[in-house]
Ligand binder design. Structure first.
Ligand SMILES: *Cc1c(COP(=O)(O)O)cnc(C)c1O
Length: 220
């Protein structure tokens, strides 16, 4: 068994242990294996080991490797976890099954247009900038609940989840707690939070999916 597959199974085991520790149901947390910068040859063994849910942060990079993998493995679920430019909405709607980074009106409008045009509707999450970092994508926490209602009422978009990336230098717990609270206020059930360094913490705070890259595929 290669290193990557071994690391994949180790992460799966840690997720299961963290679910149990947090009194969550077994299987409550979905692993999104983040394969950005890695090639199809690195990804395929993880698919063959049973993983089906993957995350990429660039539309163009994903277009280069995922159409063939999706052809070969029909039940792949691909998540866009990086910022979406409105001129890439068409490609994103065509390729991704979940878009986790809806964070402004212009993107919501473009996605609504493409979903209607293509007749293909990826699930949508809103990214929240829980640390209000100026350089980071995401809607401000105080605007999140209204933005979700705006997506529904103005654009006809159902938002199914929230996503956050806590500031790198901070204790992530309060950020995960904030996302969970906003999810409750907005009536949104999915919470995408936790990466290689903090996914067990995120599971304790109610994550329904964790986005793990380097702990599986190695450093980038
Ligand atoms: C790269 C990335 C991840 C995975 O990060 P690791 O620390 O390698 O697990 C998770 N979420 C987003 C949004 C990313 O861009």
């Amino acid at each position: 068994m290669g290193d990557t597959v071994q690391q994949f199974f180790a992460v799966k085991a840690k997720i299961a242990a963290a679910e149990q520790e947090a009194d969550r149901k077994a299987g409550a947390v979905t692993l999104v294996a983040v394969s950005k910068t890695f090639e199809a040859a690195d990804i395929q063994p993880v698919i063959e080991a049973g993983q089906r849910v993957f995350g990429e942060n660039r539309v163009q990079e994903a277009q280069g490797k995922w159409p063939a993998l999706k052809q070969a493995f029909a039940d792949i679920e691909l998540h866009l976890i990086g910022p979406l430019q409105s001129n890439k909405a068409k490609e994103a709607v065509a390729l991704f099954d979940v878009i986790e980074t809806v964070d402004r009106d212009k993107i919501a409008a473009e996605l609504a247009k493409e979903i209607a045009r293509q007749g293909r509707a990826p699930k949508l999450y809103v990214q929240v900038n829980t640390g209000s970092e100026p350089q980071k994508a995401g809607i401000e926490p105080r605007d999140a609940v209204a933005f979700i209602a705006h997506c529904r009422d103005v654009h006809g978009l159902a938002i199914e989840g929230l996503m956050c990336i806590p500031p790198a230098e901070e204790n992530p717990g309060p950020h995960f707690a904030l996302l969970e609270k906003l999810g409750r206020e907005a009536g949104v059930e999915k919470l995408s939070m936790g990466m290689s360094g903090d996914y067990e913490t995120a599971i304790a705070f109610g994550a329904t999916s964790v986005r793990v890259g380097s702990a599986i595929f190695g450093s980038r």
